[in-house]
Design a protein around this ligand. Structure first.
Ligand code: UGA
Length: 439
């Protein structure tokens, strides 16, 4: 059992903290937001994540996890301090490291015994060297502090499962002391551990995310060509997937990748390359394809309809993927303003994302158009002239082709997630447009 402190209680920090407690460590999660800390103490998770609240309550009751704004007490005698604060994208594509710097400074001023600082946040290669130096510069007590890199590979929506059943744990260290301590902390997880140096660990994170982003953009590029030459992207993906070198995952063409990671990490690696005088052509291509892909359906629909003005437009799904309330870089955020500018009356359904979306686009009149949030998916479709599917929520997938035909004024569907078979929609009398398949 180790004494662990975790800085930051977002997806990365909170999930890591809860999972460390679950395997038996004694954890304190630190956040500057008092309200959030109180909420977590009462067993409520500030993020929507399957299974998280249950584990928070169980481990809090067992005395293995606590939440606090008092970083000094949490850091002073910790064996390891994990940093899981955000590294948001800056206008030039680089990562904003100010939150990391703030935590590093607090650590330097608080630690009273030898301690390992473990950076989980995604940071440009070489950042952890700087963090270590920064801590040394501000260190108040005569203790040893080393920094290790331990990137996170969880996906939102399955974060707890991904952490407890990770395919690999990457640890990047510069001394056997640090390596041994991290190995010890991860031992109870019983998962494969890859131990490398710090810079390689930092690079593994970017290289992995950008490879996945590239895979998606590649499939979207091929999908667009499939439409032009009369091939079907889903059949193509299926045929490709039997080759183990390609694999069957992340071959789904759609409306582009969103979320807080792929868009940010592709731009950040591109930026790092440019800083080093190198042009990362493949990653640049992934970014460019994704940009075009996001409004692909809107452009198709604009060509098909004379105007959106005064039309009832059903929007099914607002979040960047199912299983999360996160809207960051979601296709809906690009398409809905375009539809509103054109005077569309939007009826949007999302089982968990509507509240967040309403903060950006409040209900009611909005520019030339209007937006209404509905909790009943059928209300969005009733009398609609056109429907856009942006997120493959279970509630959307459960709709039969006949439902669109029955409820919509004109059954015209633009599906950014290829939920239906083209034939079944045609048989039901729905005009169906999707990605990389015939219309
Ligand atoms: C991603 C990675 O999958 C995680 O391994 C990584 O740890 C995380 O980023 C991170 O860096 O923190 P996440 O952004 O939560 O996780 O979501 P994904 O499930 O990877 O989906 C990202 C986007 O790609 C979504 O918009 C999704 O709809 C899209 N996608 C995914 C496709 O368009 N096609 C696919 O085949 C798969």
């Amino acid at each position: 059992m180790n004494k662990i402190a975790v800085a930051g209680t977002g997806y990365v920090g909170l999930v890591a903290g809860v999972c460390f407690a679950e395997v038996g460590h004694k954890v304190t999660c630190v956040d500057i937001d008092e309200k959030k800390v109180e909420l977590m103490k009462s067993g409520v998770s500030p993020i929507y994540e399957t299974g998280l609240e249950g584990l928070m309550q169980k481990n809090f009751t067992a005395g293995r996890i606590d939440y606090s704004t008092d970083y000094k007490s949490a850091y002073k005698d910790a064996d390891a301090i994990f940093i899981g604060v955000g590294t948001p994208e800056q206008p030039d594509g680089s990562a904003n490291l100010s939150y990391i710097a703030t935590v590093a400074r607090q650590i330097a001023e608080s630690v009273e015994k030898d301690c390992l600082v473990v950076v989980k946040s995604t940071v440009p290669v070489g950042t952890n060297d700087k963090v270590e130096q920064f801590i040394q510069d501000f260190l108040v007590n005569d203790v040893k502090v080393e920094v290790a890199s331990n990137p996170e590979f969880l996906a939102q929506g399955s974060a707890v499962y991904d952490t407890l059943h990770a395919e690999r744990i990457i640890i990047g260290t510069e001394s056997t002391w640090a390596e041994k301590l991290l190995m010890e902390i991860y031992e109870p997880f019983d998962l494969p551990i890859v131990s490398v140096n710090r810079r390689s660990a930092e690079m593994i994170k970017y290289a992995s995310n950008d490879f996945l982003a590239l895979k998606i953009s590649y499939m979207n590029d091929i999908a667009n060509l499939c439409e032009l030459v009369g091939a079907d992207i889903q059949d193509v993906a299926k045929g490709m997937s039997f080759d183990e070198r390609i694999g069957s995952k992340f071959l789904n063409a759609g409306i582009g990748f969103g979320g807080s990671c792929f868009p940010k990490d592709t731009k950040a690696l591109n930026y790092i390359a440019r800083q080093n005088g190198y042009e990362l052509k493949t990653v640049k291509a992934a970014i460019d394809v994704n940009k075009e892909q996001k409004t692909m359906l809107y452009k198709k629909a604009s060509n098909r309809l004379i105007t959106f003005n005064g039309l009832k437009v059903a929007v099914l799904g607002l979040t960047f993927k199912p299983g999360t309330d996160d809207l960051r870089e979601a296709a809906s955020l690009e398409n809905i303003p375009l539809l509103l500018q054109q005077g569309a009356d939007i009826y949007a359904f999302d089982p968990v994302g509507a509240e967040n979306f309403a903060k950006v686009h409040p209900e009611g009149k909005n520019g030339k158009g209007s937006i209404t949030y509905v909790s009943n998916i059928e209300h969005a479709l009733e009398g609609a002239n056109v429907c856009f599917i942006f997120t493959e929520w279970g509630e959307v997938k459960a709709l039969t082709p006949e439902t669109y035909k029955k409820l919509m004024r004109t059954p015209l569907v633009y599906d950014g997630r290829n939920i239906y078979r083209v034939e079944e929609m045609q048989e039901a009398g729905v005009e169906y447009h999707s990605i990389g398949r015939k219309s």
